[in-house]
Design a protein around this ligand. Structure first.
Ligand code: AMP
Length: 275
């Protein structure tokens, strides 16, 4: 297994492979990341996992500072499960150096949902994905549905800027109580309580599936979240993929939420279809 820190070393290592799968992460790996890694190996022999905490996608500097950093554990976890993996763990100056900031055409969707309270976040994500894709030139890019808006934004970004890259979405992996796994969960004291986010979203999605009113159900979900003493960023029902406001004939929907639980920002979503 290789842990690579420089771009030149990475490029050299990648010459051995025809097709490359790429899985970007910020480390503090858990079973959600592992699911992406497993799927990546089904597609190609050359798999690059990046571990890089992308400062420019954080709009809260405390969030960046407190983000869990567990490189030694991450590396030994990957070593056990994927001994032939290429781990790319660059220093900031290896990536941002030489790259003047670009403004990508990401559409209005980046001003909505998470983008409303995290201005610039998706430009920051697109910037690092652009740097990585240009460097690695993968055939496949693996992203989790856990960060559903990010997935939609990057799918769109790839269609415009990297049409030869296929984005492969991976379902959300959850713990026994259905709390979506996240590196931020390690900062929570009560994970069982945090799992109520999923329960509340599931109830609302099931009611909407049974043709209950969307407005009424999102209002009810918000009331339940307030009872948990959580601060709500948003609870919204949208169309899958485009994340537009649903019209009467839209059947493939998704409920998405972001809340602050013990001051930790949690996001989750559930896709559902109206028959
Ligand atoms: P992160 O390290 O949080 O930036 O996540 C790296 C990738 O793993 C992103 O594509 C995430 O959407 C994905 N991911 C994070 N948590 C999960 C999860 N619980 N299930 C599936 N994918 C996930």
């Amino acid at each position: 297994m290789h842990v690579i820190k420089t771009v030149s070393e990475l490029k050299q290592c990648l010459t051995a492979f025809k097709n490359i799968s790429f899985v970007p992460t910020m480390g503090n790996l858990h079973a959600g990341h592992m699911a992406l890694f497993e799927e990546a190996y089904k597609k190609s022999e050359g798999v690059v996992f990046s571990i890089f905490i992308n400062r420019i996608q954080f709009n809260d500097s405390n969030d960046f500072i407190n983000y869990p950093r567990t490189l030694a554990n991450d590396v030994s976890l990957i070593k056990k499960k994927f001994p032939s993996a290429i781990i790319f763990h660059p220093e900031e100056n290896e990536l941002y150096f030489n790259h003047s900031p670009k403004e990508f055409a990401l559409g209005k969707v980046v001003e909505d949902l998470c983008g409303r309270s995290r201005p610039g976040h998706f430009q920051g994500v697109a910037t690092i994905i652009d740097i990585f894709l240009a460097m690695i030139n993968p055939k496949y890019l693996f992203l989790g549905k856990k960060d559903y808006q990010q997935l939609c934004v990057i799918e769109n970004f790839c269609k415009i800027y990297y049409p030869h890259v296929t984005v492969i979405p991976i379902r959300t992996i959850r713990d026994a109580n259905n709390l979506a796994l996240s590196s931020r969960n390690n900062l929570l004291k009560d994970k069982t309580k945090a799992a109520n986010l999923y329960k509340i979203l599931l109830q609302a999605s099931q009611a909407i599936k049974s043709l209950s009113d969307i407005q009424q159900q999102t209002k009810l979900a918000k009331e339940q979240l307030v009872k948990e003493n959580w601060q709500i960023d948003y609870v919204e029902v949208r169309t899958q993929k485009k994340l537009t406001h649903p019209k009467d004939n839209d059947k493939e929907l998704i409920i998405l939420a972001a809340v602050y639980c013990e001051k930790i920002r949690l996001i989750d979503n559930i896709e559902f279809c109206i028959e």
